[in-house]
Design a protein around this ligand. Structure first.
Ligand SMILES: O=C[C@H](O)[C@H](O)COP(=O)(O)O
Ligand SMILES: C=C(OP(=O)(O)O)C(=O)O
Length: 514
C-alpha cells in the first residue's frame, strides 16, 4: 500500500457543493429510476463546456439506474452528510500510483489481478476472511509473476464492494414476492419484508467496514506479512494436500531459492521490495449517494477523486453514455474500469472510452470484457479493432465470471471449465489481434466454498449445497482460483516467449538485410 502522497482538502459536505448547472439534456431527468431498462445510448458532446459542467453532483442531472427506492430521502441526506464528514478511505496519491501501474498493464509490461467477493457482507466480516483473501491474492500473484515473468498489480474487490446491480427488481419464493436483495449497503439478504427495505444507515456501516478492512490490508501489505521472504508460508491450511496447494508449495520453494540466490548476490533483503507489497482496492461504482459523499477535491492537483476506493468500475447494466454513472466516473481522477458484454457495439465502445478518458491517458481506463468464451471469440476482435483504429489506450481485462452464470439444482453457479474457456479465448483473441491481454477479474474467495462446479477441487453439482455461502453470485474457491492463476501464468509465459522469438527473428532479419 502506498503512503499518502497528496493531502486532501477535507470533506466538503453535499450541501456545500453547488448543483451542476442544468444542461440541455436536463429534460431527461429521471432520478432514482429503479432497474429501468437501458436507455438508447446518446454520446456526450465533447465540448469544453460539458467538461466544465462536471461536479460531484452533476450525475444527478441524468437517469441513475439500479438505485434503491428509499422510503425517506431525508434520512438518506442525513446518512450521506455524516459520510461526507468522515475521512476519505483512499488518497489521491495512491490512485495516481495505481494509474501508473495500470498504464503498464495496457502495454504488456504488467498484468492486473483483480479479485474478491461478489458482494462483501456485514455478517461475514472478520479478520480471518480478509487475511485469507489477501493471502490468496498474494499466492496467485506470485504464481503469475514467477511463471509469467511480469509484475502483477494486485487489486482486491473489497473494502467497498457492497452494492449489487440486479436483473430483476423482485424475488419470488413459494409464491411470496419481495424486493430483491441489492447488497448489504442497501438492504438485507434475508427473505423478509423488513430486511428488504433499503436502509440509509447501512451506508455508514459499509463505510466503517471498508475503513476497518483497509486498515488491516494496509497492515498486511506493509507490516511484514506480505514480504517475499514469507512466500513459502502463504499456503492456506485446507489446501496443503490439494494438487493446487502442492503445486504452489513447489513453486514457492523455487521462488525462495531464487531469493536466497539474489540475497547472496547482494540484494538488500530488508528493502521495501522484499518486505512490502502494493495492494489496491476496487468496487463497482453503483450506489451514487455513497460515491458522491466520498468524492473529495485533491488539494495538490485540484482534481476530484472518488475516495471510496482506488479503482472504481462502471457495471454492464449502468454504462449507458447518457446516464448518471458515466457522468460521475468521467469527472473523477481515479483509474476506472467499464464492464462490457456482447451487447456492446464497437462504435459505442469507442464513444464511451472517449467520454471516460478524453485525454487518452494511459492507465486511466480498463475495459473489462465479460461475455462467455464463444461470444468473446465472435465479438472481441471487432471491439479491439475499433479501439485500436481510434488510437485509444486501454487495459483489456478478462472477467470470465459474469458471462458464465447458470442455474443448477436451484443454485446460481458457474462451471470452472467455462470460466477457463473464456480466459483461454481472451488470450487467443489478443494473440490473433496482436493486442495485449492486460488482466483478469475474478469473483473468488479464500474460503473453502462450493459455489462453482469443477476444477481440480472437483466440486460436483451435488456438492453445491454443502458450502454455498455467497449472497449473490458464485465465487471460485481458493483451490479453483489458484488453479486459474497457474493457467494464466502459462499463457503469460507463452506470450513472453513468442514475443522474444519474434524479436529475435526480426533482429536476425535486420542483420541479414544489412
Ligand atoms: O454480480 C453481478 C450481478 O449483481 C448479478 O450477476 C446479478 O444477478 P441477478 O441476475 O441474479 O440479478
Ligand atoms: C455486477 C457485476 O458485473 P457486471 O456489471 O459485469 O454484470 C460485478 O462484477 O459484480
Amino acid at each position: 500500500m502506498q503512503t499518502a502522497k497528496a493531502a486532501l482538502s477535507g470533506a466538503p459536505l453535499l450541501a456545500a457543493r453547488p448543483r451542476a448547472t442544468s444542461s440541455r439534456r436536463a429534460a431527461k431527468v429521471t432520478p432514482r429510476a429503479v432497474a429501468e431498462p437501458p436507455t438508447q445510448a446518446v454520446p456526450f458532446t465533447s465540448d469544453a463546456d460539458h467538461l466544465a459542467k462536471w461536479s460531484s453532483t452533476s450525475w444527478r442531472n441524468y437517469p441513475a439506474l439500479q438505485q434503491p427506492a428509499y422510503p425517506d430521502e431525508e434520512v438518506v441526506k442525513q446518512a450521506c452528510a455524516e459520510i461526507a464528514g468522515f475521512p476519505p478511505l483512499v488518497f489521491a496519491g495512491e490512485c495516481r500510483t495505481l494509474q501508473e501501474r495500470l498504464a503498464k498493464c495496457a502495454t504488456g509490461e504488467a498484468f492486473i489481478l483483480q479479485g474478491g467477493d461478489c458482494a462483501e457482507a456485514f455478517s461475514q466480516f472478520n479478520a480471518n476472511r480478509i487475511r485469507d483473501l489477501f493471502r490468496l491474492i498474494l499466492q496467485m500473484s506470485v504464481v503469475m509473476m514467477f511463471g509469467g515473468g511480469v509484475p502483477v498489480v494486485k487489486l482486491g474487490r473489497l473494502a467497498g464492494q457492497f452494492a449489487k446491480p440486479r436483473s430483476a427488481n423482485t424475488e419470488t419464493k413459494d409464491g411470496v414476492e419481495l424486493p430483491c436483495y441489492r447488497g448489504d449497503i442497501i438492504n438485507g439478504p434475508e427473505f423478509t419484508e423488513a430486511a428488504r427495505i433499503p436502509d440509509p444507515w447501512r451506508l455508514v456501516k459499509a463505510y466503517n467496514q471498508s475503513a476497518a478492512t483497509l486498515n488491516l490490508l494496509r497492515g498486511f501489505a506493509t507490516g511484514g506479512y506480505a514480504g517475499l521472504d514469507r512466500v513459502t508460508k502463504w499456503n492456506l491450511d485446507f489446501m496443503a494436500n490439494s494438487d493446487e496447494g502442492k503445486a504452489y508449495t513447489d513453486l514457492a520453494k523455487r521462488v525462495d531459492e531464487a531469493i536466497s540466490f539474489m540475497g547472496a548476490c547482494g540484494l538488500d533483503m530488508n528493502s521495501s521490495v522484499m518486505k512490502e507489497t502494493e495492494f489496491y482496492v476496487s468496487h463497482e461504482c453503483l450506489l451514487m449517494d455513497y460515491e458522491e459523499a466520498l468524492t473529495r477535491e485533491d488539494s495538490t492537483t485540484g482534481l476530484w477523486y472518488g475516495c471510496s476506493g482506488h479503482f472504481l468500475w462502471c457495471g454492464e447494466r449502468t454504462r449507458q453514455l447518457d446516464n448518471a454513472h458515466v457522468e460521475f466516473l468521467r469527472g473523477i481522477g481515479n483509474p476506472i474500469g467499464v464492464k462490457v458484454s456482447d451487447k456492446m457495439d464497437p462504435s459505442e465502445l469507442v464513444a464511451l472510452i472517449a467520454t471516460l478518458n478524453p485525454e487518452n491517458t494511459p492507465g486511466r481506463l480498463a475495459v473489462i470484457v465479460r461475455m462467455g468464451a464463444k461470444k468473446l471469440r465472435d465479438n472481441l476482435p471487432q471491439l479491439i479493432e475499433a479501439v485500436s483504429q481510434a488510437g485509444q489506450v486501454v487495459a483489456w481485462v478478462c472477467d470470465p465470471m459474469h458471462g458464465n452464470t447458470e442455474e443448477v439444482s436451484g443454485f446460481k453457479t458457474r462451471r470452472y471449465d467455462n470460466i477457463r474457456a473464456e480466459v483461454e479465448a481472451f488470450f487467443d483473441v489478443h494473440e490473433e489481434c496482436g493486442s495485449v491481454p492486460g488482466g483478469i477479474h475474478l469473483e473468488m474467495t479464500g474460503d473453502n466454498v462450493t459455489e462453482c462446479i469443477g476444477g481440480g477441487a472437483a466440486v460436483e453439482d451435488t456438492d453445491l449445497s454443502s458450502r454455498y455461502h455467497t449472497h449473490c453470485d458464485p465465487r471460485l474457491n481458493a483451490e479453483q482460483a489458484l488453479e486459474m492463476s497457474f493457467y494464466v501464468a502459462s499463457r503469460l509465459r507463452q506470450r513472453r516467449e513468442r514475443i522474444a522469438k519474434e524479436k529475435e527473428a526480426k533482429g536476425n532479419k535486420q542483420v541479414l538485410l544489412y
